[in-house]
Structure formats: structure tokens, C-alpha cells
Write a protein that binds this ligand. Sequence first.
Ligand code: SF4
Length: 193
Amino acid sequence: MNLTRRDFLKVGAVGGVGATIFGFDMAPAYAQMRELKIARATETRSTCPYCSVSCGVIIYTLGDKAKNVTPQVVHVEGDPDHPINRGTLCPKGASLEQDILNPRRLVKPQVRRPGSDHWEDIPWDKAIDEIGHWVKKTRDASFVDKDAQGATVNRCEGLSWIGGCTDTNEFNYLVVKTMRSLGVCYLENQARV
Ligand code: SF4
């Protein structure tokens, strides 16, 4: 077989075709490689958190679920059975694995004090106590029970809430109930999941 340099590069680019030209059928080997990568992984169906299209994804996790084993995400891809995206993901959704396995991801609360130029770590208990303290103080200071015409309104004008696209419908339901019970009327979310 006479292969020009151009033919050789073309063959290299399409891998499996090249293997056939050289007399080997590599298809079973490629199939085996693809299977091995996720063969022992657990499949978890989820939703891309990035935008309101809400594409379905499958998250592959290694780990035998034993108590002393930390599950490890090894691959994320579009869910072919999902009616919205049918297996496809845009570049942002396709990078989801890097969102999960990112050393810069925040996993503990932080606070920036008034006048400070930096964020500091804070324990969860202290963070929750401080949030409760400031919510009450702000609500007490900004609660309006009657408007200018004397109508009862019972609203808190000093607090607002904004939710993110990763919040589930159930989470948003609880948020709205909680915020309404405080009298908060400025609230928004991206309910879709
Ligand atoms: S994969 Fe892209 S289009 Fe789909 S939900 Fe995520 S960000 Fe939106």
C-alpha cells in the first residue's frame, strides 16, 4: 500500500479508519476502552446547574459505597434519555466535571467584616448564629406594618433574597415560605430544576 504523507495524517486523524487500512480492526479495542472508563462507576442522573435550559446529565462516580471510601466523580456527560438535550451539552455544561472537581471551590462559609479587605473562614455554627442575629436586627429596623394610607402591609423592606440556578423547586418553595413569613417582598429565584 502506498500512503502519501497527507494520507497518513488523514488516517491518523480518524484513528479507527487508519487501523482498518493497516489491516487491523481496532473497533472492539476502542469499544473496550470506552467501556473500561466507566465500567465500575455509579450513574447518577442530574440537571446541569448553569442555565434555564436545564439539560439532563449523567454523573459517573467511582467508589464501592463502603463507609471508608470517598466517592470520586470521574466523568460527566449529557443524558441521552433526557427529553430536553437528548445527550448533548453546550461547552459550559460539558465542563461540569471541572466544576465538581475544582480545588478553588468554596466548601466552607466565609465572612467579610465591615471595613475589612479580605474574607475569613467562619465555622458553620457561628455563621448561622450571625446570619440569624443580622436578619432579626435588620427586620426589626426595617419592618413596615402600615403604609402611608394607613393600610396594613406587614412588609420587611430591609431584606431581599436572590436564588441561584442550582436551587431546586423544593428549596425555592421553602425559601419563599420562609421569606414571606418574615415579610420579605423582594425575592427572586430561577426555579426550574
Ligand atoms: S448544558 Fe449548556 S444549555 Fe444545557 S443547561 Fe447547561 S449551560 Fe444550559
